[in-house]
Design a protein around this ligand. Structure first.
Ligand code: DX5
Ligand code: ZN
Length: 221
């Protein structure tokens, strides 16, 4: 399996000094910046858009920006995020009329594409589009808010997707998002995840480097 990546969700960062927060979490050892986009329509919360992504790039952030779109409809906003410097763009199948077309749209603009599965969303879409994807994101909370508890049924889903990815022989990352902490990350990794989003566990801690170090150590064992 590929190297484990830690992707702090800036949803739990201090937005009043976001550039500094992102610099600090990257200095603390994070691999990616997880960027949660909520539209108060597909999910009951409202966050940040392409202007903030662009501002982070202008600020000097060079790490991959992993954009998680909780937005409906999806297609209209994709080109703006590509222009703003997104590295990966993931979306929920429920939020797109034509999932295959949205994946192609993301990739045609030079970005990597991911598909996201809510706790109650079946994996059936994957049968048809897995080969087109760079990433599968399993939600272990219902999307909309940071700081929720990990839903254990996500572990079975991870195992199922891990089998599909391995059988495909393709280089597809398996990401988990929601309620990931230093004390449950080992079992999440054992179920097959290789990319870990963590918001409150990192940004609510006094020492980001210490949490990231403990997460990596737990995954390595
Ligand atoms: C929830 C978001 C998550 C969230 C994770 O809709 O997609 O990325 O910020 O936050 P924690 O790690 O606090 O569950
Ligand atoms: Zn997210």
């Amino acid at each position: 399996m590929s190297k484990c990546l830690i992707a702090p969700s800036i949803l739990s960062a201090n937005f009043a000094r976001l550039g500094e927060e992102v610099d600090n979490v990257l200095k603390a050892g994070a691999d990616w910046v997880h960027f949660d986009v909520m539209d108060n329509h597909y999910v009951p919360n409202l966050t940040i858009g392409p202007l903030v992504c662009e501002a982070l790039r202008k600020h000097g952030v060079t790490a991959p920006i992993d954009v998680h779109l909780m937005v409906k409809p999806v297609d209209r906003i994709v080109p703006d995020f590509v222009k703003a410097g997104a590295s990966l763009i993931s979306f929920h199948p429920e939020a797109s009329e034509h999932v295959h077309r949205t994946i192609q749209l993301i990739k045609a603009q030079g970005c990597k594409a991911g598909l996201v599965f809510n706790p109650a969303t079946p994996l059936t879409h994957l049968e048809h589009v897995l080969d087109e994807l760079d990433l599968v994101l399993i939600m272990s909370v219902n999307p909309g808010f940071g700081g929720q508890s990990f839903i254990p049924s996500a572990l079975d889903k991870l195992r199922a997707v891990r089998r599909m990815i391995d059988a495909s022989g393709r280089d597809i990352r398996l990401e988990i998002d929601g309620g990931v902490k230093a004390d449950n990350i080992a079992q999440i990794a054992a179920a097959g995840a290789d990319t870990f989003v963590a918001g409150s566990a990192i940004f609510n801690a006094p020492d980001y480097a210490d949490v990231i170090r403990r997460m990596r150590a737990a995954v390595a064992t």
